[in-house]
Design a protein around this ligand. Structure first.
Ligand SMILES: C[S@@+](CC[C@H](N)C(=O)[O-])C[C@H]1O[C@@H](n2cnc3c(N)ncnc32)[C@H](O)[C@@H]1O
Length: 339
């Protein structure tokens, strides 16, 4: 292998080119709809700054033509000597139909590979240590990689699993749940999503995002001309206003602004920025629907517009964008004040 670092990145199938464009690294393996890319040549990549990367891994080596009878020996032989110890072992597959057919195998194989690594003390349970990833693009090939816990996703396959509330009015409930898991650590969730806090949800109907906030004890103003459904309709913690989300402004600042209106990304970004710079909200989670072409350029334009306007006010802030597992042709953005 060359001395330039190689990267293995997982992404939503169909977004491989966006992934490459965003990193500006040299593409080594980028097959459309494969759900992953191999890149080379950038000494440093930052997971949190890559919207299309579900997972960011240092690729060490690859094993081809894995024999069906004994996959264990060649894989053990290929595990790099450094780092000396790993904090976890992840056996992973692409998020494709072929990948799904391999997940039964990885579950069965996990203890077989774990056992010798634990016995030789190379695998210990320590979340601060690099994780070892063995990624199977198909049943005969494995890419062996590691992740830095501070610069990667802690979730298997880079997919943060969240659970559905039985009474949620829509599956969008899962998307905001995932956004909170991906963007906020445990401490931030505990201090920023406290019962009694306030939120505005623009484009709230039928009420999945509003319901996610209500489940966390927040009081929500849900703005949408459409109806809220199920348990969200008439709930005492929700005030439903049939108004235009672009015109609505709260009388008092709120803790959270969330927005899922299907609109031009520039328009949504400008609205979020206005609320933020005027102190109407401390934090925001919003979706930017991406165009079919030039998605990276459209996303960067929207994010740069936000940065420029907030920088001009001299405010300190955090701005991150990720294409979540529950996002299709869109990206979810988190914006927060920093003290
Ligand atoms: C994708 S849906 C939102 C789903 C919602 N987040 C949930 O969890 O159930 C988009 C919503 O935005 C609303 N919408 C679009 N433009 C709007 C506007 N200008 N003002 C208020 N709501 C708007 C639509 O009526 C629609 O209900």
């Amino acid at each position: 292998m060359s001395t330039l670092p190689s990267w293995l990145i997982y992404c939503r199938p169909g977004f491989e080119r966006d992934c490459v464009e965003e990193t500006q690294a040299k593409p080594i393996e980028t097959e459309d709809n494969s759900g992953y890319v191999v890149l080379q040549g950038k000494p440093n990549l930052a997971y949190r700054q890559l919207a299309f990367a579900r997972q960011l891994l240092r690729l060490h080596t690859e094993v081809r033509e894995l024999p069906e009878r004994d996959r264990l020996s060649p894989l053990l032989a290929a595990i790099p000597a450094t780092p000396e110890k790993f904090g976890a072992l992840y056996l992973e597959v692409p998020d494709t139909n072929e990948g799904k057919t391999l997940s039964g195998f990885t579950r069965r194989f996990q203890p077989l590979l774990e056992d010798p690594l634990r016995k030789s003390s190379r695998l210990v349970d320590d979340p601060a240590l690099p994780r070892l990833h063995v990624f199977f693009p198909d049943s005969q090939r494995a890419l062996i990689a590691t992740s830095d816990p501070l610069n990667s996703s802690a979730a298997l396959n880079g997919i943060q699993r969240v659970s559905m509330a039985g009474d949620a009015p829509s599956r969008s409930y899962l998307k905001l749940a995932e956004a909170f898991e991906v963007f906020l650590d445990r401490k931030e969730q505990a201090s920023w999503l406290k019962p009694g806090m306030t939120a505005v949800d623009l484009g709230a109907a039928p009420g999945g995002w509003t319901w996610q906030l209500v489940q966390r004890g927040l009081k929500v103003v849900a703005v949408d001309n459409g109806p809220l459904k199920g348990a969200a309709a008439g709930h005492p913690s929700i005030r439903h206003l049939r108004q235009d989300g672009f015109r609505f402004r709260p009388q008092r600042p709120v803790d959270w602004l969330v927005c899922d209106m299907v609109e031009q990304p520039q328009r949504v970004a400008a609205l979020m920025t206005e609320w933020f710079v005027n102190g109407l909200t401390q934090r925001a989670v919003f979706n930017l629907k991406l165009p079919m072409k030039k998605r990276v350029a459209a996303l960067h334009e929207a994010l740069n517009g936000i940065r420029t306007a907030i920088n001009a006010k001299g405010l300190r802030y955090r701005l991150e964008a990720k294409q979540l597992y529950h996002d299709r042709e869109e990206v979810t953005v988190f914006l927060a004040r920093k003290r």
